[in-house]
Ligand binder design. Structure first.
Ligand code: 1GP
Length: 248
């Protein structure tokens, strides 16, 4: 994989549409054949890429990624919870650092463990500042990482973290309310973060309708990630509605 290929593709996606749409497939929530079906639907619906992973996995990612790579032309980007969640068959990995927290293991520890295998696998690491935003209740990523999310009403804290990520050389910022969040990331926070940084902003967690997705794009999101809503309703029509709402 040529350096920067998938990151360039993500930048081109933002230029082509007003924002991109990413479908998260959590292998714990699907059988392998369901994963394949969802990938086919995502491709037909006009999704821009697949994210694969989750903060806590009991399933081995590798065979799922290997099959999906054969079954879809969509880029497959790993969305790891820790250094175990790797596969040589993926196109890229969101090389996440949980910058909203102060747990050294998720700031740099897991990244160090993963680095040698990433080099061996030759998949593209995309350095990403990952920020957990309070969503009204404890989420898996908050529990597993043992970190406190940023308060929902502290947009100043959010933009300062995001700007620090950019100054540290990270290429993306991911504003995460957590999978199945009661409340998605506030529009005001997205807008404020976007005003202060120049790298693309992904927004995910608790986005349950195409209308909410469109609001997040209006607020400034460059990419929308949905997982749970598609797990609960594996409908091509719904995926198309999300893709259209995001692409505008
Ligand atoms: C979780 O942001 C993703 O990491 C997607 O969240 O499952 O709530 O769509 P949902």
């Amino acid at each position: 994989m040529q350096t920067g290929t998938i990151l360039n593709y993500l930048h081109q996606t933002i230029k082509r549409y007003r924002a991109g749409y990413l479908v998260l497939i959590d292998p714990d929530q699907f059988t392998v054949s369901d994963c394949v079906e969802s990938a086919h639907q995502a491709e037909e619906a006009g999704t821009d890429a697949l994210l694969l992973g989750g903060s806590f996995l009991t399933t081995d990612l590798q065979p799922v990624v290997e099959i999906l790579k054969k079954e879809t032309r969509l880029p497959i980007i790993l969305f790891p919870g820790d250094a175990m969640h790797l596969s040589p068959h993926a196109d890229a990995i969101l090389y996440l650092s949980l910058i909203s927290g102060r747990n050294a293991n998720f700031l740099i520890g897991e990244q160090v463990k993963a680095a040698p295998r990433l080099r061996q696998y030759d998949i593209e690491p995309i350095p990403t500042g990952y920020m957990l935003i309070d969503s009204g209740r404890q989420t898996s990523v908050g529990f597993i990482s043992g970190t406190t999310p940023l308060p929902r009403d502290k947009s100043d804290l959010a933009w300062a973290h995001a700007l620090a990520a950019e100054y540290l050389g990270m290429q993306l910022v991911y504003l995460e309310a957590g999978s199945g969040a009661e409340q998605p990331v506030p529009n005001q926070m997205i807008t404020t973060v976007k005003e202060h940084i120049s790298i693309p902003v992904l927004v995910g967690g608790g986005i349950t309708t195409p209308e909410i997705a469109a609001q997040k794009v209006e607020a400034g999101a460059d990419f929308i990630v949905t997982g749970t809503v598609i797990e609960n309703n594996r409908s091509l029509t719904l995926m198309k509605q999300f893709a259209d709402a995001v692409h505008g």
